[in-house]
Design a protein around this ligand. Sequence first.
Ligand code: C2E
Ligand code: CA
Ligand code: CA
Ligand code: CA
Length: 278
Amino acid sequence: AKQAGRNTYRFFAEEMNAQAIERLELESRLRQAIERDEFVLHYQPQQSLVDRRIVGVEALIRWRNADGEMMQPADFIPIAEDSGLIVPIGNWVLREACRQARAWLDAGHPCIVAVNLSARQFRGDELVDAVIGALVLADLDARWLELELTESLLLQDAETTLETLRRLKAIGIRLAIDDFGTGYSSLAYLKRFDVDKLKIDQSFVRDLLSDPDDAAIVHAIIEMAHSMQLKTIAEGVETQALADRLRLFHCDEAQGYWFARPLPAAEIGDFLRRHAEP
Ligand code: C2E
Ligand code: CA
Ligand code: CA
Ligand code: CA
């Protein structure tokens, strides 16, 4: 039995070792990915449920690694966050999204670009400089940039966060709360932070038609948001029926496979052209 125990231990040790090595490898490949220009942004349209116009697009990162595999955010964002690499990666996302927004503007179909921020990017005071730098580099007005923040991000060190958000708002940037309703937080922060939009998490949207609790939650979020002069967008809208119900609830906008999947920038150009008019 002793022998078996030792073997089991050895097995776990080797297993853990292998995992740690794999992680380190991934981290060093991620580190090189920026210089090698391996990241790509796809963009998912956000549609107005009122007049069907495209109101914006969300930038979603992908990584075409050295083996040519397309890695999804879930495969590398957690490691980028743990290692701190999310800061340079996030700055690249900001610059690339602003450059693209400028290109769409020049092509005659202006469009707001929403960028996801990790909590890590909010530590330290480089974020505001990075945002301003990206705007200046692209010669882009701040009103074309929206930042998506999570509730957990808003819960860290309240004073610094408040100050950072105040500076971003002062520049004219829009702020949205991502995955709204999934955090543990109280709603008190909505009073303190000057945000523009709530993104209703897909977990509440998915079963909206069959689950009365989800319907009640979504309806309540929309009513509350509107009474606070906030816009609402539903995430993960996969069917026409869901879009119809959300419209009945007076949800302002929808994002999801029903309307469009995340697409390469070149395809978004066409999309914007076709959906320019209501
Ligand atoms: P998120 O911000 O909640 O983004 C929405 C995710 O839902 C995207 O997954 C999108 O492709 C997916 N989605 C869109 N419509 C539908 C739908 O109708 N049904 C379903 N089931 N899913 C839908 P993706 O692109 O894999 O991104 C996953 C997460 O990775 C994002 O969640 C975001 O938290 C993070 N992420 C993506 N890009 C960035 C980035 O540039 N920076 C940071 N920090 N995080 C990012
Ligand atoms: Ca998001
Ligand atoms: Ca989300
Ligand atoms: Ca999410």
